[in-house]
Design a protein around this ligand. Sequence first.
Ligand SMILES: C[S@@+](CC[C@H](N)C(=O)[O-])C[C@H]1O[C@@H](n2cnc3c(N)ncnc32)[C@H](O)[C@@H]1O
Length: 278
Amino acid sequence: MRTVARMVDAYFWTYDAQALVELSHLTYFVAMQRRRYITKGRESIPGWFERGDAELFSAIDVAQRSAGIVGDILEIGCFQGSSAILLGYLRRANERLVVCDLFQDVTPSLDEFHLRQNSYAGLSRESFEANYLKFHEKLPEIFAQPSTTLSGEDLARTFRIIHVDGSHDYEIVRSDLLLAKSLLVPGGFVIFDDIITLHAPGVTAAVWEGVIHDELLPVYQTQKLYGTWCDPLEVKIPKEFTQFTHDVCGHTMAHLEYPAARRSLLTEVLHRVRSSRR
Ligand SMILES: C[S@@+](CC[C@H](N)C(=O)[O-])C[C@H]1O[C@@H](n2cnc3c(N)ncnc32)[C@H](O)[C@@H]1O
């Protein structure tokens, strides 16, 4: 009993208001594991998955759970697992997590920027699997192939979250977008990485083309664009974000900024108390 009380206490006091929102929708252990990964575990995995986006992924999942939306999760481009591991925590027992990556064969698909940066050094299917298994007992379904060879008919329209974070090549992102359009269920979100990144103009072009010609509704923007093809589900955005509204191509969307280093007031007070005792 004392152990459980200590764990509950640790959950409430170590984390923040978002932890309470999650706790009201998830079982205690699921909420705790997820929060631990967002706040700490994520930093141990190589990749580019920022805290703010991890918080938004979780907030979308909470909104989908409370709206009763059930569906699978797809990630195109998993690299060493930073975002896929969180998606593994969003997946429920009756849902699939599917990931697609080229793994070793990535070089031919790289643009000049990524070749010169050697961005994907250390990438292999083995490194992805080893990282994933540090946090989960079972691997997701893995498609080690170009995303352009995935078939909408094989995967079927069963997906509630699709994270597109693979190639930055315009033609490939366009193909990924059209695939996502054929897979997303009502209430689902598609999320495109690198929407406003200097080295990824092909992503920007393909995604905004999707807005203008393929009915994609832009909803939120960070470094990623969060969109949908149906009425956007209402998501409770964590209070740490600052929101700015924009009217773009006939759509109202928000860009969301997450403070680089933020602590809730409570966490800040506790941190100072603990530091003063050291
Ligand atoms: C930016 S990384 C993904 C980062 C990862 N989601 C994270 O949060 O750390 C891009 C990944 O896409 C993969 N990739 C590149 N082109 C691809 C393609 N045509 N099909 C599938 N995967 C691809 C690369 O191998 C790489 O692992």
